[in-house]
Design a protein around this ligand. Sequence first.
Ligand SMILES: Cc1cc2nc3c(=O)[nH]c(=O)nc-3n(C[C@H](O)[C@H](O)[C@H](O)COP(=O)(O)OP(=O)(O)OC[C@H]3O[C@@H](n4cnc5c(N)ncnc54)[C@H](O)[C@@H]3O)c2cc1C
Length: 410
Amino acid sequence: MAATLAVPQSATTGHRFDFDVIVVGAGIMGSCAAHAAASRGARVLLLERFDLLHHRGSSHGESRIIRDAYPEARYLLMVRLARRLWAEAEAESGYRVLTPVPQLSIGPRGDAELLAAVKNDGAEEVDLARMWGGAFRVPGGWLTAVSEHGGVLNATKAVAMFQALAVKKGAVVRDNTEVVSIEKGPEGGVVVKTSGGEKFHGAKCVVTVGAWASKLLRSVAGAELPIQPLHTLTLYWRIKPGCERNLTAEAGFPTFSSYGDPPVYGTPSLELPGLIKVSCDGGPPCDPDKRDWTAGDKEVTERVAKWIEESMPHVEGARGPVIRQSCICSMTPDADFVIDFLGGEFGQDVVVGAGFSGHGFKMGPAVGSILAEMAIDGKANTAAESGVELGCFRINRFDGNPMGNAKNYQ
Ligand SMILES: Cc1cc2nc3c(=O)[nH]c(=O)nc-3n(C[C@H](O)[C@H](O)[C@H](O)COP(=O)(O)OP(=O)(O)OC[C@H]3O[C@@H](n4cnc5c(N)ncnc54)[C@H](O)[C@@H]3O)c2cc1C
């Protein structure tokens, strides 16, 4: 069946392709890539398998942490680039998606990862008992450090913002359109086929399909990406009466990360008054097409409840969470992203952004800019100018080395 889309007109005639860049997957990464490519004047098609802003992937919900506190300097530089791009998108759209708050990092004093994150963040050690009305209680001897480099991103609204900006710049966005194959085009470029029998010819293709990356790339190119989807919970808890104000973003309550066991994180009370989000990294492996939706939830909830009871005296841990939302984290073995050309017969015609390992949202606009520039220019100049090194995100780092990048926080 022939494509029925209105193909955007361009000043030049005689295009061999329907689109300059076809982006597959409209989560935060694909939406940012579509916006970045359209901003460069490319004719962009963004294809999404489900409804736009659906809840079956990784980019939905009302909050994600943005923080500079990263043990690896490469992510710090990417966060800084992303912050500039978040601000530009907010200014251009008139949306507000980022609420700046402090960032609190806590954990055992000898934890090398924590020490490196605190150093990179420029965070200062604080006496936690004196802060936020005594809202935290941690074991004696723990390192507790605060910086001004935290923040909360309104996730679904942010995805919508980048989709709206992409459309404003001429991108065509189609939802309920599942891509089933990507093939080499007869005249170069790629042919993207959908389950509905449509075919789109693109000069380049960007694949940002989140938890579906391993499946799609195996069927498209026989590529084996070691990306494991995990069923991960987001939990909201009731704040004890009288303490609500202290724990708000407005009152300067921080985003926080604990490097102890369990690896708990949280955001200030913001999107749901009287409630606070406190959750735990990780979860059981899942198949994004056969979700159980509840596997492991009881254990995770009990761990977080226990942590709250011990560590956050102003939150009702024992009564259990008020709201529970499911999400998927797409983990690589080393928790580093995959940002690379697919290679093989596709060479530089297909660019992959995947495996964001539960910490990619904050860097969405930077990743989008990198993917778009790799597709259009063959290299990511904006990232390079910002000092962002992409070598550690290559697909081939797993060849003969299943764990990928070695971690050294010293
Ligand atoms: C509970 C939880 C908390 C998190 N907290 C943070 C945080 O605090 N800070 C942070 O920075 N990050 C955080 N993250 C990570 C962040 O949310 C993810 O890294 C990010 O959302 C990944 O985006 P994505 O675009 O790669 O994937 P997705 O959002 O899943 O987008 C992929 C899209 O591709 C579509 N798709 C799949 N297959 C096809 C196909 N064949 N054809 C067309 N479309 C297809 C899917 O439907 C989906 O919409 C968290 C993640 C979770 C789950």
